[in-house]
Design a protein around this ligand. Structure first.
Ligand code: GLN
Length: 205
């Protein structure tokens, strides 16, 4: 094997921070691989793993729908490609999402995670906060959660493993090869979650 090909969906949002964190994770784990910004169906087709970053889920979803990459991502996930959805990325991976204030919107979703999401569950931009959280189940007992217009998971189906809660709200999950967090690990300098994801890709390949 020549090394892992990891993509960061580069439509809008926290792209560069995830490129850097993923590259550093490969380095620290001593693994071979490349990390590229991707946005076309052709680029996505070649990937072993994908991160969908935080940003604005309506924008990322709509633009990805228009250029055909949403369909390609769906196809790749159905074939087992590991995906890490961060904040807006978590929303896009879900089956159902509604905004805390606006309610249900007809936004494009990837329709994989068996969860109901509440967007902006902790308030608006000015209500952003940080808090220590824990993901014991995947060997990360202590992590700094950075929450920016963050969603929460209101309901999770039986195939969804809950990895973390904050104030009774579910904020990190795993379903098969998909992980999703309400918070932004790429902004912390702590690589443990990115390393966990890189290892998940390696196991699959
Ligand atoms: N509130 C944003 C949305 O609904 C997500 C925020 C984020 O990714 N930091 O798309």
């Amino acid at each position: 094997m020549t090394g892992l090909n990891i993509g960061i969906l580069a439509v809008q949002g926290d792209v560069l921070e995830n490129v850097i964190a993923t590259k550093m994770s490969l380095d620290e784990l001593g693994m071979d691989g490349v990390v590229n910004e991707v946005k076309t169906p052709e680029q996505i087709n070649d990937l072993d793993g994908l991160i969908i970053p935080g940003g604005e889920s309506t924008v990322i979803g709509t633009l990805s729908l228009v250029n055909g990459s949403l369909k390609k991502i769906k196809e790749k996930i159905a074939n087992g490609m590991p995906v890490f959805g961060i904040c807006a990325g978590l929303i896009l991976l879900s089956k159902k999402a509604k905004d805390r204030v606006v309610g249900e919107m007809d936004q494009p979703l990837l329709d994989f995670l068996d969860v109901k999401i509440e967007r902006n569950a902790f308030g608006r931009q000015r209500d952003s906060f940080e808090s220590e959280i824990s993901m014991e189940k995947i060997g990360i007992p202590k992590f700094r959660g950075v929450f920016i217009r963050a969603p929460s998971i209101m309901e999770a189906g039986k195939d969804v493993e809950v990895l973390s809660k904050f104030n009774e709200k579910i904020i990190a999950i795993k379903q098969g090869n998909i992980i999703g967090t309400s918070f932004h690990p790429e902004l912390t300098g702590d690589l443990s979650l990115h390393k966990y994801f890189v290892n998940l890709i390696k196991k699959k390949n």
